[in-house]
Structure formats: C-alpha cells, structure tokens
Design a protein around this ligand. Structure first.
Ligand SMILES: [Zn+2]
Length: 106
C-alpha cells in the first residue's frame, strides 16, 4: 500500500507529485488535503500482556508497566481476569490479569 504525497498549486489546484512551483502561476505547491475516505481509515494494532495481581514484574508496579507501554503509544483497552482453578478447591483463583492494548497504525 503506497500513500504518495500529492501537491497542488495554491491558485489553480493542479496536482503535482513533487513540491515545485506551478509553472504557470509560480506559486508554491501546497500539500493536498486528502478527501478520499479510503485513505483515512484508521487502523489499529493490538498487544496482549500478562500482569500479576500482586504487582507487575519484580521491582515494578503494574501502573509503572502500563506507563511504559503508554509511552510507546499503547492505550490500555481492557483487563481480563481469567479464572484459573487450583488443585483441591473448586474456588476459582486468579493470580494473573491479561491486559489488552491498542495503538494506531500510521
Ligand atoms: Zn497553478
């Protein structure tokens, strides 16, 4: 998928594929605003990490872990607590949480 930048004369609106002056009007070309919906679809990528209920990885709180992903552009969407039954009890015990993130793809 290629997305080329389209330039246009600010007077006549003629399109060019490079940023030069319009030969007729000698005006600078302006970056053409996209009016094509197909080019403006927002795309996402997703990430899944495991958090410990007791608090992230050793020496790091969950919120610090989330901060790091946030700095990389990942937005936390939701946290899921899977029920993990342990032996000799029917009570579901959850020790971990699964966090899902999303980030826009440019
Ligand atoms: Zn022109």
């Amino acid at each position: 998928m290629s997305k080329e930048t389209v330039w246009e004369c600010e007077v006549c609106g003629d399109e060019f594929d490079t940023k030069k002056k319009c030969l007729i009007h000698e005006k600078n070309h302006q970056k053409k605003k996209s009016n094509n919906n197909k080019n403006t679809v927002i795309k996402y990528e997703y990430l899944e990490i495991t958090l410990n209920i007791s608090g992230g990885v050793p020496g790091k709180k969950n919120v610090e872990l989330l901060d790091e992903y946030g700095q990389d552009g990942w937005e936390l969407i939701t946290v899921v607590a899977p029920n993990a039954p342990i032996a000799f009890t029917s009570v579901p015990v959850t020790k971990t949480l699964i966090a899902y993130f999303k980030r826009k793809i440019n």
